[in-house]
Structures are given as C-alpha cells and as structure tokens.
Design a protein around this ligand. Sequence first.
Ligand SMILES: CC(C)(COP(=O)(O)OP(=O)(O)OC[C@H]1O[C@@H](n2cnc3c(N)ncnc32)[C@H](O)[C@@H]1OP(=O)(O)O)[C@@H](O)C(=O)NCCC(=O)NCCS
Length: 346
Amino acid sequence: MTIFRRFRNTDPPALADIWNESHTARGAYPLRTPALLERWVFSKPYFDHNGLIVAVDEGSGRVQGYALTGFAPTADLAALSFEEGVICSVAVRPADRRKGVGRGLVQRCEAYLADKGARTFRAGPVWPQCPFGFGLYGGTNCPGFLASDPDADPFFRSLGYAPAGTTFVYQKKLDQPLTIADARFGLLRRRYDTQVLRAAAVASWWHDCVWGTLEPVEFRMVDKLANNIPTARAVLWELEGYGWRWGYPSAGILDIQVRPDLRRQGMAKLLVSQILRFLQDQFFGICELQAQADRPDIVALCRTTGLEQVDTGTTYTKPVPQAMQVPLVRATGLTPADAAVNAAGR
Ligand SMILES: CC(C)(COP(=O)(O)OP(=O)(O)OC[C@H]1O[C@@H](n2cnc3c(N)ncnc32)[C@H](O)[C@@H]1OP(=O)(O)O)[C@@H](O)C(=O)NCCC(=O)NCCS
C-alpha cells in the first residue's frame, strides 16, 4: 500500500533518483547530485515541507514518487498570493505508474493548497506563476508541462484540469553561419549602441526568488544621441544542465523588452541577432527563446530571427471546489489552524 507524507530532510537522494528515472525527455536534465534540488527548490524562501508530498510503499519503505507545489505571486511580484496554488512537478517511478500514485500525490497537493486559501489550482508552472521549476525543468523559462513529456497531458486532464495557456519553445542552432539581414539595421546601428552588462538588474522580489543564484547577463541597447538612455534590453543565461542533455553548450534569452514608442522598427530583431552572434563567438551551440502563444510579437520575432519551434508547453487550471475552500487570511498567510496555534501561544 502507498502512504503519502510530507518531505523529510533525508529524502533528496531518493527524489533525485525518481527525477532521473522520470525526466528523460528534452525538457529536463539528469540531476547528478541532490545539491541541485537544494539550489533550485529547498533554498527558496517560501519552500514548505508540507508542499512537497512524498509517496512511499508502506511495506518496503521505498519512495515511489513525489509532487511539488507552491503559490503564485501577487500582481506586483512582491509577495505570495495564496489564492493561486501551482503544482510544479509530479513524478512517479516507471515501475509504480498507472496504480493511482500520481493521482494520490496531486490530491494531497490540492488539499494542502486549498487549506492555505487557494481558489485556483494550476498545474504546469509558467512565468510568473512559477514558484518552482525554473532552472530544472522547461529550459530558458517556465513553459508549463512540455509535449515532449507525453504522460503529463492525459494525466492532468483525467484529474479535471483544462489547458489554460500555451508556450512555444524555439531554438537556433549556432553551428552554421548566421544570416539575419534587415535594411533597417544600418540606421539603427548608427544611432544605438549595444552594451553587455555582466549583472542583470533584478526587477522584483519574485525575480530574485525564481532566478535565485543565477548570474544572468543583460544586453542593453542605448540611444547615443540621448545620453545613452536605455531603449531595449534582453537577459541571457547559460542553460548549464540542459546543454548536457542537448549535446551543445546552450543559452537562453529571457525578458526581451523594447521601449513602447520605439517598437516595430526592427530593434528587437537587431538585439536578438547581436545576441546570437555573441553566443556563436563564445562557442555556444544552441540559443533558446520561449514565446507564450498570446504574444504574437514574440512569436513573430522568433520566426523572423530564424529560430525553429522544438516543443510546446501547456499550463492547466482547475477551480477549487466550493467544499474545499477555506477563508483566505491575507495579512499573514496563516490558515485558521495556524492562527489558532499562534493564539494559544504554542
Ligand atoms: C504523469 C505521472 C506522474 C502519472 O503518474 P501515475 O502514478 O502513473 O498516475 P495515476 O496512476 O495516478 O493515473 C491517474 C490517471 O491519469 C491518466 N494517465 C496517467 N498516465 C497516463 C498515460 N501515460 N497515458 C494516458 N493516461 C494517463 C489515467 O486516466 C489514469 O487513470 P487510470 O489509470 O485509472 O486510467 C507519471 O506518468 C510520470 O511520472 N511521468 C513522468 C514525469 C512527468 O511527465 N511528469 C509531469 C510533468 S512534471
């Protein structure tokens, strides 16, 4: 029989084994040491032992699977919003699949999230609803659960989740000459300089939490005729473990922004072409960029710069049933049970 319990400090080696047995497709890479879980999961300021559910075979004590859940941020990216719970990862050892273990894990995640005040369950982290996942799963950013992991879609649909967003994953192989030409580039180059900043500015508390110990590089275009005012930016990071999976040193572009009054002039296209050239000079073999399907501007940018779609991510949602809803305690994030314990002075 399977029992479900919260995470214990002795679990990481078993969790890394399950990860390595379960995540064999392109969207994740082998964890050669459980320390990577420390880096990308346990070190987060909001990591909660109760939000990492572990399935154990009662007879043998063998860990069969786990599910990891957390909360989305508030709109200003300055705190957690307990209204939206996010199931970030579920994995069951191949030998233990199709026996209800995955379903049991998700049900325990849902109970934990609802008890904290969730009104929506999301499955498949996507920026910014991505308390966990970045750095370990999905590549450059959090695209939801990938089509290259074919178990995820039928599994979550069978548990009542419906697709709520699509992300396209694009890549460019850099082992061939780059030929991105545009008649506007000459004019843009005369007016705008591109700078490479070794430490990208961290935009919010949530960026700091999700990106963690990452040291991204910022590419910034500045207006030479206006005191070097920034006009466009993109963040670049080395996709350390993924490169091992894909067979080439790889990097990902995040967070491309062009000042609103300067859009549709080829500036983002020029910035991406400069980043690709920079990566090629540094002997990177792959550059990845992700575009949410409801961002036609980013989708078109990927296509016009010659990136090819290699995968698709989906995020799913499900309303929390009325019977599971508890009052939301906004100020403290405490459940009524937590509050009662505090009030009793224990
Ligand atoms: C997805 C996963 C966690 C499911 O675990 P599981 O213990 O096999 O799931 P369950 O036995 O509880 O399945 C519950 C229901 O989901 C559906 N389901 C699960 N896996 C399925 C599959 N491969 N194909 C079709 N339906 C599936 C079925 O309806 C199933 O009910 P049924 O067996 O009564 O028909 C497991 O396949 C896995 O670890 N895959 C690799 C990791 C992964 O892709 N995780 C998701 C992204 S992080």
